[in-house]
Design a protein around this ligand. Structure first.
Ligand code: FAD
Ligand code: NAD
Length: 476
C-alpha cells in the first residue's frame, strides 16, 4: 500500500514550502519532499533562496555595507574610530547562523501547519504516483490527488569557464569564501554579479566584471541603469561591457581568463577566484518518470498555463522551474495560488506587478514597465522624477544618491511603471506595487499623505512632478 496524500509538493524552496503550508491550511493532507543537502551533510528545507541565495547574500551585503560605512562615512557624522577591519570568519559565522535559523524555521512551520516533511528525492511517475527516495536510500511509493512540482533552478554553466569548485565557482561558492580574494573575476553583470561583486569589493577585493552584452542592466529602465553604472564604477567595480569569455583555466598564479572585448580584440586577465553567474536554468533532472506526461519547453522549463497547470490533470508546477522571472516572491505567490486553486478557492497572480530589487548600494528597485517598453507600446506617457538630493531624510541618512522615476499614461493617468535607485529602494517599491495592484493613478498617489521626513515622500513628489506640481523641487 502506498502512503496517500491529497497534495504532494516536490521541492521545498520559496515556491514549494508556501504551497505545502497553504494546502495544509486548506485542510488538505499534504507532504513536501526536498532533497537539499549542504556541504556538511545536513539536509535542510528552504531551497536555493534560504540556503544559497537571497538570505545568505543579503547577510553578506549588510555586513560588508556596514564595514564600508564605518570606513568611509562615520567620520562625516563626527564619529571617531580607530582602524576598522573585517573578521571574515565572524562575518561568515553570522551568515551561517541566520541561514540555520531560517531553514530550521520551515520545519517548525510545517509542524504547526500539519505538513509531512520528507527529506530526500521525489520523482513524479504519472497517475498521481510519486516515488520518494530518502537520504538513507530507502524507497517509498506515495500517491496524491494533486502533485505540485517546485524543483527550482541551478546555476547555468559556461563551457569556456567550467566550474572546478575551488577557483572557478558559482554563486554558492562565492558566498562561502573564507578569505577576501585579492583579485576577483565575475562573469555576468546581472543581479548576482552586481550583488556579490559589491560584497567582495567592499571587503577589499579588486573586482573585474565581464558582461557579454553591450548594454548595462539591459532588463532595467536605462536611465536607472546609467545612474547605477556611474555609482558602481565610482565604488571601484571594473565593469567591462561587450566582453565574451573564450576560456578560463586555473593555474598556479591564479585563474587565467581570456576574452574578446567590445571591439573584438583578445584580452586576458588573471584573478584569484572567478565567479560564473550568467543566469540559472530549470532543475528537472530525474524529476519526471517516463510516463509522467509532463512536458518541458525548448529551454527545459516545465510547460504551464497562466494558472500553473501542466498539461496533465491535477499536476501543477511553480517557481523557478516554470516561465517568468526567477524570483522568490514570484514563486511564493504561484505556490500559494496553486494550493488555493486545488482547494477550489479563487486565486490570481498578477504578473504585471512583480517587483524586482537589486540589493546593491544604492539599491535598485522597479515594478511595471520601463520607459523603453512604454515608448515601444506607443501609448503617450508622462514622467515624474524626484532626486533623493532634495529629500531631507535621505540627506540626514547621508544617502542622497539616486532618484524616483514614475511613468504614467497621459490618457487616463494610470501608473505604468515606477523605478527607484537610492536608499531603501526595495522597501519603497512596495507602495508602488500596491498602487499598481489597485490600478491607482498618479492623482491617487498625489492625494495620499506621506509622513515627513521620510524617503517615501520621494514617490509622492515624483507623482506630483508627473503633472508639474512638485513642491520640494523645481518643475521642468
Ligand atoms: P529553489 O529555491 O531552487 O528550490 C527548489 C528546491 O527543490 C531545492 O531545495 C531542491 O533541492 C529541491 N528539489 C529539486 N528537485 C527535487 C526533487 N526531484 N526531489 C526533491 N527535491 C527536489 N530572489 C529574490 O526574489 N530575491 C533575492 O534577493 C534573491 N537573491 C538571490 C541570490 C542568489 C545568490 C541566488 C542564486 C538567487 C537569488 N534569488 C533571489 C533567486 C531565488 O533564490 C529563486 O528565485 C528562488 O529560490 C526560487 O524558488 P524555487 O522554490 O522555485 O526553487
Ligand atoms: P542574470 O540573468 O540576472 O544575469 C546574467 C548576466 O550574465 C546577464 O547580464 C547576461 O547578459 C550575462 N551573460 C550571459 N552569458 C554571458 C557570458 N557568456 N559572458 C558574460 N556575460 C554573460 O542572472 P544571475 O545574475 O546569474 O542571476 C540568476 C537569477 O537569480 C536571476 O534570474 C535573478 O533574478 C535571480 N536573483 C535575484 C536576485 C534579487 O532578486 N535581488 C539576486 C540574485 C539572483
Amino acid at each position: 500500500m502506498s502512503e496517500a496524500y491529497d497534495v504532494i509538493v516536490i521541492g521545498g524552496g520559496p515556491a514549494g514550502y508556501p504551497a505545502a503550508i497553504r494546502a495544509a491550511q486548506n485542510k488538505l493532507k499534504t507532504a513536501c519532499i526536498d532533497e537539499w543537502k549542504n556541504p556538511d551533510g545536513s539536509a535542510t528545507f528552504g531551497g536555493t533562496c534560504l540556503n544559497a541565495g537571497c538570505i545568505p547574500s543579503k547577510a553578506l551585503l549588510e555586513s560588508s555595507e556596514l564595514l564600508h560605512r564605518a570606513q568611509a562615512e562615520f567620520a562625516t557624522h563626527g564619529i571617531q574610530t580607530g582602524p576598522v577591519s573585517m573578521d571574515v570568519a565572524a562575518m561568515q559565522k553570522r551568515k551561517a547562523g541566520i541561514v540555520k535559523g531560517m531553514t530550521g524555521g520551515i520545519l517548525q512551520l510545517f509542524k504547526a501547519a500539519g505538513v509531512t516533511a520528507l527529506q530526500g528525492h521525489g520523482k513524479f511517475l504519472g497517475d498521481g504516483k510519486v516515488e520518494f527516495t530518502a537520504h538513507d536510500g530507502s524507497v517509498k511509493q506515495l500517491s496524491a490527488k494533486h502533485v505540485v512540482l517546485a524543483s527550482g533552478s541551478q546555476p547555468m554553466p559556461l563551457k569556456t569557464a567550467p566550474f572546478d569548485g575551488k577557483s572557478i565557482v558559482d554563486s554558492w561558492g562565492a558566498l562561502e569564501f573564507d578569505a577576501v580574494p585579492k583579485r576577483l573575476g565575475v562573469i555576468g553583470a546581472g543581479v548576482i554579479g552586481l550583488e556579490l561583486g559589491s560584497v567582495w569589493r567592499r571587503l577589499g577585493a579588486e573586482v573585474v566584471v565581464l558582461e557579454a552584452l553591450p548594454d548595462f542592466l539591459a532588463i532595467a529602465d536605462q536611465q536607472l541603469a546609467k545612474e547605477a553604472l556611474k555609482h558602481f564604477k565610482k565604488q571601484g567595480l571594473d565593469i567591462r561591457l561587450g566582453a565574451k569569455v573564450t576560456g578560463a583555466k586555473a593555474a598556479k598564479n591564479g585563474v587565467q581568463v581570456e576574452y574578446s572585448d567590445s571591439v573584438g580584440a583578445t584580452q586576458s586577465l588573471t584573478v584569484d577566484k572567478l565567479v560564473v553567474c550568467i543566469g540559472r536554468r530549470p532543475h528537472t533532472q530525474n524529476l519526471l518518470g517516463e510516463r509522467s506526461g509532463v512536458e518541458l519547453d525548448e529551454r527545459g522549463f516545465i510547460k504551464v498555463d497562466h494558472d500553473c497547470r501542466t498539461g496533465v490533470p491535477n499536476v501543477w508546477a511553480v517557481g523557478d522551474c516554470v516561465r517568468g522571472p526567477m524570483l522568490a516572491h514570484k514563486g511564493k505567490e504561484e505556490g500559494v495560488a496553486v494550493a488555493d486553486r486545488i482547494a477550489g478557492l479563487y486565486a490570481e497572480v498578477n504578473y504585471r506587478t512583480i517587483p524586482s530589487v537589486i540589493y546593491t548600494a544604492p539599491e535598485i528597485a522597479w515594478v511595471g514597465q520601463t520607459e523603453e517598453q512604454v515608448k515601444a507600446s506607443g501609448r503617450p506617457y508622462k514622467i515624474g522624477s524626484f532626486p533623493f538630493l532634495a529629500s531631507g531624510r535621505a540627506r540626514a541618512m547621508e544617502a542622497s544618491q539616486g532618484f524616483v522615476k514614475l511613468i504614467a499614461a497621459k490618457d487616463d493617468d494610470e501608473i505604468l511603471g515606477v523605478h527607484v535607485i537610492g536608499p531603501m529602494a526595495g522597501e519603497l517599491i512596495a507602495e508602488a506595487v500596491l498602487a499598481m495592484e489597485y490600478s491607482a493613478s498618479t492623482e491617487d498617489l498625489q492625494r495620499t499623505i506621506h509622513a515627513h521626513p521620510t524617503l517615501s515622500e520621494g514617490l509622492h513628489e515624483a507623482a506630483l512632478a508627473a503633472d508639474k506640481r512638485a513642491i520640494d523641487m523645481p518643475n521642468r
